[in-house]
Design a protein around this ligand. Structure first.
Ligand SMILES: Nc1ncnc2c1ncn2[C@@H]1O[C@H](COP(=O)(O)OP(=O)(O)OP(=O)(O)O)[C@@H](O)[C@H]1O
Ligand SMILES: [Mg+2]
Length: 305
């Protein structure tokens, strides 16, 4: 029997025997916390394969994510001004932003605004701080002038500047209007600042409000991230297990992966929650093969399905 971390084999065996009940009758949620490190060592995982943080190390490049990335890069490089990336909850928008920030050419300076709770002046402060620009005073005029000087200086060096605003579905009309005004920073030939609005589909509805018509009409590049396909889900699961260092013995059967697709509808965050539960159930049953039944029972626990 494999050794599971630091606990004695006897203690672990006792734990496992206690947990070994028919799949439908045992409560995965209750056991999830304290068996975490045990199941990780059972499966040879260096880290949690299905964490719900947007960790770029686990990035899986589906066709949809690839296309979204290409659209953003195109819009930034061609100085399109305002771009918009949407996608349903948990489809990988923030993950993609982090990938973009990590991979983008250093000649493109970036600022990333995660928290949409900002006043007019705070937005300017956040952008300048992230770009590493220091204004002499913290008033609006000074901040705008400093930002403008920075943008002109970068442009004259052949550089470009992009600001990504995540969770943009939560922005108020006056904040969105402020963003539009920032996109007015331009030369005769092109936009000095590229602004990427990232958010859930409500963002698109908000942009349809009559008061935001001007902003909406200025969005030059749009992309909506679709959920993963059935084929993607199979590869996504295998990919995350591999990155986490899982033992090659550990496998989701094709039927199990297809069940994950069925219950999650291809949404990565839901896939992660489901697979995490399925792995724990697999561990409790001391199996390296995650079957369709295990996934079904995990879906009952994790998603009330
Ligand atoms: N392409 C991907 N590769 C690997 N993991 C992904 C990918 N897309 C999403 N995920 C995973 O799914 C989960 C949700 O992703 P993320 O937080 O990026 O979604 P989101 O669209 O920003 O969600 P929200 O609408 O709540 O802001 C994270 O655990 C993330 O690691
Ligand atoms: Mg997000």
């Amino acid at each position: 029997m494999a050794r599971y971390g630091r606990q004695s084999d006897l203690a672990i065996l006792t734990n496992i025997q206690l947990l070994k009940k028919p799949l439908h009758s045992f409560n995965i949620k209750k056991t999830l916390c304290y068996n975490h490190s045990m199941y990780k060592s059972f499966y040879g995982l260096n880290e949690n394969a299905f964490n719900i943080t947007s960790d770029p190390a686990f990035y899986f490049e589906s066709d949809h994510h690839k296309e979204a990335y290409a659209h953003l890069l195109y819009g930034i490089k061609h100085r399109k001004g305002i771009l918009c990336m949407t996608g349903d909850v948990g489809t990988g928008k923030t993950t993609l932003c982090r990938i973009l920030l990590n991979q983008i050419d250093p000649s493109i300076k970036t600022a990333f605004i995660l928290n949409p709770n900002f006043s007019q002046i705070q937005l300017l402060q956040l952008i300048t701080k992230d770009l590493g620009v220091i204004a002499k005073r913290n008033n609006k005029l000074d901040l705008i002038n400093t930002l403008n000087d920075f943008l002109i200086a970068e442009t004259s060096k052949g550089n470009n500047v992009a600001v990504i605003i995540d969770e943009a579905q939560n922005l108020l009309v006056k904040q969105l209007e402020q963003i539009r005004l920032l996109s007015n920073l331009e030369t005769e030939k092109f936009k000095l600042l590229q602004i990427i609005l990232v958010g859930q589909p409500e963002l698109l509805q908000n942009l349809k409000k009559p008061s935001l018509r001007q902003l909406d009409s200025r969005i030059a590049v749009r992309y909506h991230i679709q959920p993963l396909t059935k084929e993607d889900v199979r590869h996504y699961i295998a990919h995350r297990l591999k990155v986490a260092g899982a033992s090659s013995k550990l496998q989701f059967t094709t039927e199990a992966a297809d069940a994950v697709f069925h219950f999650s509808k291809g949404t990565p965050r839901v896939i992660n929650i489901l697979c995490e539960h399925a792995l724990l159930a697999g561990f409790v049953n001391e199996t390296f093969t995650i079957s369709e039944d295990i996934v079904k029972s995990a879906a009952k626990e994790a998603l009330n399905n």
